[in-house]
Design a binder for this molecule. Structure first.
Ligand code: NAD
Length: 462
């Protein structure tokens, strides 16, 4: 089986981490609406009807379907596909297989995709999907049957110009190949390759897709540092880096930081973390992990918990694992100078407020981890033309895309700093609005403005 996640089994990363401090509300829909509201406070003339429209998904598809298991029994599975918005183009977003997938989580992740695509100027809307299942307890044949049946249930919900899935938690290149194959059988006579991205190279996948998110995070970080907001830390070389999560994203980012001369002092996985003050060699960690299924216990390192890792003194902290890791209960203990959100939703709104007060910058997920969807878009473009671009071309395009996105967020931040901010909206007085807003709010402002502007330019139909 080509999915490394099945080979390296262990405990599940919770889809929605629930272990958190005091009374924080971690409902994903609540958090996504709060992040939206925080940005909407700064947008002049944002029509009430558009706010209501953007807070809800455009369409939610819920399917139930039976699958025959290897032992001859039949089990019913529930699956979701949500399109939040399509104003810029077809829906785009991953499909996850996880026992804790919920409709609410899928809705909030679909919204995140809308803002992410708008922020990096990719002509897709936001979408997401999932099947409630326990992939670690399923054989390859069972997973293939679930995937084919789910794809057939979605029949015309997905499509190369309607909605384009991609891999997410516990789905892989192989899953995408099955989706493509099923869709292609059901829709013969067309070039159906662009119906999914994240495919194997042999099936029209793109060079650079697997490394795109991790590398994109590092491009975003180096561009941000060059803006001199952290005066004695203008480049990655020499920076002390901590990375939570050593999977596809975290391990690639670790290597890219290391290549640029950073000291990666700690990394972790779901079992715990390792620390070496003089720095870790990510290739050595990878080799150890491949053999032992965890980074924990690597010779010459100190072991620490994930909670301790997050509180290490460092220049850059990269959460690259699961959501809600930096929260009201630990934000006060964070000693990083910059947080780079490789994971989706790793920081809660309460933590955002505390970090803002402490002067710790947070580069938000919709900006930082957009490299994956960017190269997915390049895959989709290549598939339309039946072309295969080389890695150098893709790397250059990705770097430019990430640099531009950081530049957009930074220049908007500057316009707040020099006082060109919009007047108080009817939703909020100037006093209620932090000045300047944090980078998540700025990224959201840009994304919401782009989506609402495009909606109005298209014209509300009819
Ligand atoms: P992955 O499954 O390859 O790796 C996840 C890593 O996190 C593993 O090392 C795992 O052991 C670790 N982990 C799991 N639970 C943990 C916990 N509770 N504490 C600490 N570590 C834990 O996943 P990935 O593809 O690297 O994705 C990582 C994050 O980045 C996810 O939040 C994902 O949604 C986000 N993301 C990924 C992509 C992409 O292209 N892969 C794109 C955008 C966002």
């Amino acid at each position: 089986m080509s999915d490394k996640k099945h080979k390296t089994s262990g405990k599940y990363a919770p889809a929605n981490t629930t272990v958190i401090a005091d009374s924080e509300n971690l409902d994903p829909v609540y958090i996504s609406e709060l992040q939206f509201d925080r940005a909407a406070r700064y947008i002049v003339d944002l029509k009430k009807g558009l706010i209501d429209f953007l807070k809800k998904p455009k369409r939610t598809t819920i399917v139930n379907f039976p699958v025959e298991l290897d032992d001859g029994s039949v089990k019913s599975f529930e699956g979701f596909r949500v399109i939040h918005n399509r104003v810029f183009g077809p829906g785009k977003g991953g499909i996850r297989y996880h026992p804790e997938v919920t409709r609410e989580e899928v809705v909030s992740l679909a919204k995140l995709m809308t803002w992410k695509c708008a922020l990096v100027n990719i002509p897709f809307g936001g979408a997401k999907g999932g099947v409630v299942c326990d992939p670690k307890a399923l054989s390859e044949g069972e997973l293939r049957r679930i995937t084919r049946r789910f794809t057939s249930e979605l029949f015309d919900v997905i499509g190369p110009h309607k909605d384009i899935p991609a891999p997410d938690l516990y789905t892989s290149e192989q899953t995408m190949a099955w989706i493509f194959d099923t869709y292609d059988i059901l829709h013969p006579g067309y070039n159906n390759r662009p119906v999914v991205t994240g495919k194997p190279i042999e099936m029209g996948g793109s060079y650079g897709r697997i490394d795109a998110t991790g590398n994109g995070c590092v491009y975003a970080t180096e561009r941000f540092l060059s803006k001199a907001l952290i005066p004695d830390r203008l480049e990655i070389a020499g920076a002390r880096i901590v990375i939570q999560g050593f999977g596809d994203v975290g391990s690639v980012a670790a290597r890219a930081f290391y290549r640029r001369g950073a000291r990666v002092i700690a990394v972790s996985d779901s079992q715990g973390g390792i620390y070496r003050d003089e720095g870790l060699d990510p290739d050595e960690v990878e080799r150890y992990k491949a053999e032992h299924r965890t980074v924990v216990g690597m010779p010459g390192t100190l072991s620490l918990t994930n909670a301790e890792l997050l509180e290490l003194e460092c220049d850059i902290m990269m959460p690259a694992a699961v959501g809600n890791q930096i929260h009201g209960g630990n934000a006060n203990n964070i000693k990083a100078r910059l947080i780079v959100e490789a994971a989706n939703n790793p920081t809660t709104p309460k933590a955002d407020d505390i970090l803002y007060q402490k002067g710790i910058y947070v580069l938000p997920d919709i900006l930082v981890n957009a490299g994956g969807v960017t190269v997915s878009y390049y895959e989709w473009v290549q598939n339309q033309a039946n072309e295969q671009w080389d890695l150098e071309e893709i790397t250059e395009k990705l770097k430019n895309k990430m640099y531009h996105a950081v530049d957009d967020v930074f220049s908007r931040w500057q316009s707040f700093v020099v006082g060109e901010e919009p007047a108080a909206t009817e939703n909020a007085t100037a006093k209620q609005r932090p000045h300047p807003p944090d980078f998540r709010t700025i990224a959201m402002i840009i994304a919401i403005e782009r989506v609402t502007k495009a909606t109005l330019i298209r014209g509300i139909w009819p």
